[in-house]
Design a protein around this ligand. Sequence first.
Ligand code: CP
Ligand code: NVA
Length: 299
Amino acid sequence: MNIISSDDLSKDQILKIFEIADSIKEGNEEVTLKEHSVLALLFEKSSTRTRVSFEAAIAELGGYGIYIDAQTSHLKRGERISDTARMLAGYCDFIAARLYSHNDLIEIANNSTVPVINALTDLEHPTQALVDIYTVRSHKKNLKNVKLAFVGDIAANTANSLMLTATKLGMEVVLLGPKGYMPNSFYFTKAREYGKIDTYNDPQEALDGAEIIYTDTFVSMGQEQEAEERRKLFSGYQVNGNLLSYANSDALVMHCLPAHRGEEITSEVLDGPQSIVWEQAKNKKLLAKAILLYLSNKE
Ligand code: CP
Ligand code: NVA
C-alpha cells in the first residue's frame, strides 16, 4: 500500500493510524518494523521537519533512513524517475519522496515494490494532514462538526490534503481567500462528497464559529517567480490578532511550518497562547512512526 494522496486512506485507515500513534505515545505499541528496515528519502525540494521526523522515526524504530537529493543523485543528470524507483525499491523497505510533480510520484509508486509515501508534492501533503488532524483530535474530544478555517492560499498542497482528511473525519472546512482565487476544483469537489466545505472571501463571515485557524505560506516551493504577486494577492489574509478576533475566543491556531513571520502569520499569533503550532510540528515524528508501522503491515 502507498500513501500518495490523502484520498488513499479511508476514514477507518486514518483512525487506525491515529490509534497506532496513541499506543506509541502510551508505550503500548506491539507492532514493530522488520529488523534493519531501510527508508529511502528521495527529496527534490527542501525540508526540515518531514525529512528529520521520518529519519528520526525510522531510527527509533530500529531501522535506517537514507537521504537522496536530486542534486547529488542521477536524477539531476536525467535518470528516469521510474528507473530510480525500481532501484530504490530493490534496496529499501519504504520510499518517502518529496517531489515537484505529483505525476512523478505516481510514476515512482507504479515502479516500486515497496510502500511509497508522499512527503509533499505540488498537489498534496498527506502526511502533514494526518499530523494536523491528529493534533486537532488531541484537543477536541469529538471531531464531528469542528469548524476548521484554512486561511490564505486555499489552493496549496496542504489545503488539498487537509480538506480531504478533515471532511472524511466529519469536520467542517471553510476556505478563506481572496476574491477570484479558487481552491483546486478536483480536491474541493472530492471534499464536498465527504462533508461540509465552502469558500469565503470575507474573514468575519468565514470565521464565525471557527475553532481551528490554519494557514500556510503564501509562496510555496516552486512558486518563487510569483512571490511578489502572491504576497500582494493574499495580503488581506494574514493570520493576526484582528483576524483571530472573528473566530471563537478559544480558537486554536495551526501552521504546517516553515512560517514566514509577518507575512501569512504574525509572531504575536504564532507564539501566542492560541497557537498549537509547536505541538503540531512535534507530532510529525510520532505520526511518521505510526505511518511506517501501519504500512509495514499492509500489502
Ligand atoms: N511542514 C513541513 O512539511 O515542513 P518541512 O518542509 O520542513 O518538511
Ligand atoms: N505549501 C508549502 C508547504 C511546505 C511544508 C510548500 O509547498 O512550500
